[in-house]
Design a protein around this ligand. Structure first.
Ligand SMILES: C[S@@+](CC[C@H](N)C(=O)[O-])C[C@H]1O[C@@H](n2cnc3c(N)ncnc32)[C@H](O)[C@@H]1O
Length: 233
């Protein structure tokens, strides 16, 4: 039976479709590589993970679907499992934005030769967008996927120059912002909710770190509410 993906992984699959050889870094269950190959969306995949337990899970499903010729598994951290220029595109999904940034930074010679990066950071999206801008990548597509209360941001980048002029573009993604993505309002509401949790946790605390966090989150909530009002008008 063919694999069915969650809405988040479906959006990611669509973003990487068309490439010949890709790597899925942090593959875990291996659903994405299996789906991509079964549906002829890519020809071959290197599926890697830094932990052997998830890699074993991925190998099990690859063997069950008899896709060992098209999907190779590799154990190791980030882009260290790849040679420069070996794959056309990488997917790094379901990991924190700081970890994705650190993995790109750790292997610059591999990162530099990638034609496409499909990134789905679980948090710290703004940090990642800034990193792409600073390291010679341009965002060519952004998409959103919703699963229950959560809205996931998918960032697709290619080599090139990009200059973001509005700080909110790092936070919200210029594509969603300019194209008024149907899930943009949900994304903004989700971000407001998360910032409100920070405000609640830091309220009344007197340490410098807590005060700074409280101020930054309160200001960010104001800005997000402004964008929300503009969208609704
Ligand atoms: C939450 S899962 C995401 C799985 C899948 N990519 C997805 O989006 O559904 C994160 C996976 O990343 C792996 N991982 C964490 N750090 C890693 C690293 N430095 N290099 C490669 N994989 C890593 C974990 O072992 C885990 O299997």
């Amino acid at each position: 039976m063919k694999i069915k993906l969650s809405p988040r992984l479906e959006v990611i699959a669509d973003c990487v479709a068309g490439a010949k050889l890709i790597a899925d870094i942090g593959t875990d269950h291996g659903y994405l590589p299996v789906y991509l190959v079964e549906n002829a969306m890519v020809s071959r995949v290197i599926a890697s993970d830094t932990n052997w337990q998830p890699l074993k899970k991925a190998e099990k499903i690859i063997n069950e679907q008899q896709l060992q010729k098209q999907i190779e598994t590799r154990l190791g951290s980030g882009l260290s499992v790849l040679k420069p220029g070996e794959v056309e595109a990488v997917v790094m999904a379901g990991m924190g934005g700081l970890l994705i940034r650190d993995l790109l930074e750790a292997q610059p010679e591999v990162a530099r030769q990638l034609k496409k990066l499909v990134l789905q950071p679980m948090n710290n999206q703004a940090v990642l967008r800034k990193h792409l801008e600073a390291t010679g990548f341009r965002i060519i597509r952004e998409d959103l996927a919703r699963e229950g209360d959560r809205v996931y941001e998918v960032i697709v980048a290619a080599p090139g120059k990009m200059i973001m002029t509005n700080p909110l573009e790092y936070e919200l993604g210029f594509e969603f912002y300019t194209s008024k993505h149907p899930l943009l309002l949900h994304l903004i509401e989700r971000k407001i909710f998360l910032e409100q949790q920070i405000v609640l946790n830091t309220e009344g605390k007197t340490t410098a770190v807590a005060t700074k966090q409280w101020q930054e989150s309160s200001l960010f909530i104001e800005k997000l509410n402004e964008v929300k009002r503009c969208l609704l008008n």
